[in-house]
Ligand binder design. Structure first.
Ligand code: ADQ
Length: 471
């Protein structure tokens, strides 16, 4: 247990790895917080003594720092207004749509932008307070794009890195953001900027060139004050070993058999696992599945779809609309095609323990990962790691994972006819072909796991071009 208050490695992310939840009786309990970032970072922090600065998920006063799982956790307070303005507003209703191809219309409000800056400063100050001299500070994601610059002003001795878990948009979309130059300058406060794909890093560098007039040579952007900042791809991954062991364990294998049995022992189990987000292409997937049933290419209850749709950002209108659309479509498909007692779509709108997720991956013959845009998509990597050789992955071209997982059945989810063809190709492909594809993808993920990602990022950060004044 760390007995210090200054650390050589400090993680700064919107959320802490655990949420504090106050029950109706006033009792506080800690709950693992949702999302891909926490899944990835947990295994990185294990075994390293470090601090993690983030919001504990409840509006109001923050508690004092506390130690959990050998990590020193520093809660950053957010008022109810700040949750609405910085998090739900600017982060998720302005930035998120712009960074995901404007699938829904972004909303800009000056009040949200002010809150974003204020909160970024609070995170940066909290990190500055617990970082040892010369420490490495690793800032995460789109909610904290101003923090690197603020942190550098507060603590020029620090080595600062930032990783973007979501895509970075083409400059034509990025340009829509009011006060866009300040975001770029905010990021350029870092020494090294990591992105999921090369294209994302290129988009960032182009934005610096076009909007700041910065000099860009290869992966290096030179800032207005003459510092050199590297922006490059470091694709995130999963704890492949740990997950594979879990998936192969007898309880998980048994649970996978039980899931198939509970579904009525179908011939074909398709699976979708996503946060209920408009970027994930859930509607397109349901449309394709519904049409395959209506044409009689697939028939229930022999062919079924399990759709896990984790509740997400439920106070935002775009998410409420999506939930309504998805639930109506699921109802329609079941109403039209499912016999009594066995749904064609098993729809699960809640969170599950890791064991149950692994069992679902083992149970599914074909995994459908069809986002319209996704930074990486860890679910694709989890499926190929958990499932045996006889699985098949249908994967959207618009995910970061598509760059690495060459053995997937690639699809353009906007093209419903092509999506249907790809789903059927994956479902009907000969075993030797599926085996070849699954093995190559599993090897790729195993050799590029989350530990390697973190090490690569930290190595890149350590090796990033130094500030001129330090030389
Ligand atoms: P997310 O958009 O949250 O992450 P993703 O990469 O798919 O998306 O990660 C979701 C994680 O949550 C996976 O580990 C998945 O197994 C888990 N999960 C999903 N539904 C669940 C449920 N009902 N119960 C329990 N666990 C569930 C963001 C970016 C991605 C990027 C990650 C990591 O949008 O593109 O891959 O960060 O950088």
């Amino acid at each position: 247990m760390p007995d210090r208050t200054s650390f050589d490695l400090v993680i700064v992310a919107n959320r802490l790895p655990v949420d504090r939840v106050t029950g109706p009786d006033g009792r506080v309990e800690l709950r693992r917080s949702p999302g891909g970032l926490v899944t990835a970072m947990e295994s990185v922090m294990r075994g390293r003594e470090g601090a993690w600065v983030g919001w504990a998920g409840e509006a109001g006063e923050a508690s004092d720092p506390f130690v959990e799982d050998d990590m020193y956790l520093v809660p950053v307070p957010l008022s109810a207004d700040e949750v609405a303005d910085y998090y739900e507003g600017y982060s998720n209703a302005s930035l998120w749509p712009i960074y995901h191809d404007v699938i829904v219309q972004p909303v800009f409000k000056r009040r949200w932008r002010s809150a974003y800056e204020k909160v970024n400063r609070r995170f940066a100050e909290a990190a500055a307070d617990c970082a040892a001299r010369g420490a490495t500070v690793w800032v995460h994601d789109y909610q904290l794009q101003l923090a690197p610059h603020i942190l550098r002003e507060l603590r020029p001795d620090l080595r600062i890195g930032w990783f973007n878990h979501i895509p970075f948009p083409p400059v034509e979309l990025f340009m829509q953001l009011p006060r866009r130059e300040e975001l770029l300058r905010g990021l350029l406060g870092a020494d090294f900027l990591g992105f999921q794909r090369r294209t994302d890093a290129e988009n960032f560098r182009s934005a610096c060139r076009r909007l700041l007039g910065a000099t860009v040579k290869g992966e290096i952007v030179t800032t207005e004050d003459g510092r050199a900042v590297r922006a490059a791809a470091v694709p995130i991954s999963i704890d492949a070993d740990g997950l594979q062991q879990l998936a192969r364990s007898e309880p998980v294998q048994e649970r996978a058999r039980e899931i198939r049995h509970e579904l009525g022992d179908p011939d074909l189990v398709l699976l979708g696992v996503d946060r209920l987000d408009y970027t994930k292409g859930i509607r397109h997937r349901l449309k394709a599945f519904g049409e395959l049933l209506s044409e009689g290419t697939l028939t229930a209850p022999g062919d079924v779809l399990i759709q896990v749709a984790t509740p997400s950002r439920e106070r935002l209108e775009a998410y409420q609309t999506l939930r309504g659309q998805v639930e109506r479509t699921v109802g329609q498909i079941n109403g039209d095609y499912a016999p009594i007692g066995t749904p064609a779509v098993s729809y699960l709108h809640r969170s599950f323990p890791r064991e149950e997720m692994a069992a679902l991956f083992v149970a599914a013959d074909v995994m459908l990962v069809t986002p319209l845009r996704d930074g990486m998509n860890l679910v694709a990597k989890e499926y190929v790691t958990c499932h045996g050789d006889d699985g098949a992955l249908v994967l959207s071209e618009f995910t970061g994972a598509a760059v690495e997982l060459q053995g997937a059945y690639r699809c353009n989810p906007h093209d419903i006819d092509a999506l249907k063809t790809t789903i059927m190709e994956a479902a009907r492909s000969p075993l030797d072909e599926r085996r070849r594809r699954m093995r190559s993808m599993r090897r790729q993920v195993a050799s590029h796991d989350v530990a390697r990602w973190a090490q690569d990022f930290l190595d890149d950060l350590a090796a990033a071009p130094d500030k001129p004044e330090r030389r």
